[in-house]
Design a protein around this ligand. Structure first.
Ligand SMILES: NC(=O)N[C@@H](CC(=O)O)C(=O)O
Ligand SMILES: [Zn+2]
Ligand SMILES: [Zn+2]
Length: 344
């Protein structure tokens, strides 16, 4: 049997939610990943260091016995965020950075930023303190087509931000377009991107052909195949600017399979295997190690993990549903097979 041993991976973009949902989501990620950036789009959003530390404590309560898991908390950037709060965040090892959600762009983004241009003083403080800016990069203007929202956000906001703050550490999250790949490649080394399993493995046909597939619906929305191919090439290129961030985003089945379904793929139950599937399908398994367990840590100036995990080439089927205290969830890739399995 073929097997592959790599350092324990980290997930640089993760949604765990709160309350009883943590009983399901925390073990699913903590038993695989050593560190994870926990996204702050709760209701209400996690905007202060104190709120983030309390949220982190609730997460830690659900980490299984004997498992070491280090949640790195992102704070939700709002129009009220101050340079003082940036300094406070910079001084706390449990806080990794600030997350910019354009208001209305995605799940629980109502409290997000309405004017990116007004963020100058806060971005200046982030640049000064070396605090990363994590970005959901989509405009929300009703006259911009949903498939163009990432490209337009890059043109209108990201290029100006990187020109004005050339030393700002910036991660364009869950990239979906060739435009995003080009932007990141052409930017300074303090600009990087995370990639999800669904954007590497799928394109919009997987969402819309032969019936609408709510469990493949996430934001930014899956794009056409040429964009998928640009992402694939970037991941396979071995560039340190592209690394793993699952964007695992749990919603219960009833909220996904409905007339107005929520955006988000719950990929955590098969996360590392999904990436292995992608790299193995493209004869690039040797690139998995740095993508999953190296480049992200390097970017965030954290040590690489020394523990290892083992993947074995063995077919298995992702569960149809996962039970939670608030009802069943349908994981991403439910009922389909994968060729690589994490040895647990
Ligand atoms: N990606 C998604 O489709 N959904 C995420 C939010 C996000 O990361 O944009 C969620 O919190 O559900
Ligand atoms: Zn997002
Ligand atoms: Zn996300």
């Amino acid at each position: 049997m073929q097997s592959l041993t790599i350092p324990r991976p980290d997930d640089w973009h993760l949604h765990l939610r709160d309350g009883t949902m943590l009983q399901t989501t925390v073990p699913a990620s903590a038993t695989v990943f050593h560190r994870a950036i926990v996204m702050p789009n709760l209701v209400p959003p996690v905007t202060t260091v104190n709120a983030a530390l309390e949220y982190r404590a609730r997460i830690m309560e659900e980490v299984p016995e004997g498992v070491s898991f280090n949640p790195l908390m992102a704070l939700y950037l709002t129009a009220e965020t101050t340079p003082g709060q940036v300094a406070e965040a910079a001084a706390n090892d449990h806080i990794i950075g600030f997350k910019l959600y354009p208001s209305g762009a995605t799940t629980n983004s109502a409290a997000g930023v309405k004017s990116v241009d007004a963020l100058g003083p806060v971005l200046a403080a982030m640049q000064e303190h070396g605090v990363p800016l994590l970005v959901h990069g989509e405009v929300t203007d009703s006259d911009i087509d949903i498939f163009d929202r990432e490209r337009v956000f890059i043109e209108r906001h990201l290029i100006p931000i990187t020109e004005r703050f050339p030393e700002l550490k910036l991660v364009l999250e869950h990239i979906t377009t060739a435009d995003a790949v080009e932007f990141v490649k052409n930017a300074n080394n303090n600009v990087a991107a995370t990639m999800t399993p669904q954007h590497l493995l799928m394109n919009r046909n997987d969402l819309l052909v032969g019936g609408i597939r709510p469990h493949n619906y996430c934001l930014p929305i899956l794009k056409r195949r040429t964009h998928q191919q640009a992402l694939q090439q970037a991941a396979l290129s071995g560039s340190p600017k592209f690394f793993l961030g699952t964007d695992s985003a749990p919603h219960v089945q009833a909220s996904k399979e409905t007339a107005c379904g929520c955006a988000g793929c719950y990929s955590a139950p098969a996360a590392i295997e999904l990436y292995a599937e992608f790299f193995s399908r493209h004869n690039g398994l040797d690139k998995l190690e740095n993508f999953a367990s190296g480049y992200g840590a390097d970017f965030y100036q954290l040590p690489r993990n020394t523990e290892t995990i083992e993947l074995v080439q063995q077919q298995w089927t992702v569960a149809d549903t996962v039970d939670t205290a608030t009802g069943p969830m349908v994981p991403y890739w439910a009922g389909s097979t994968l060729d690589w399995k994490l040895k647990r």
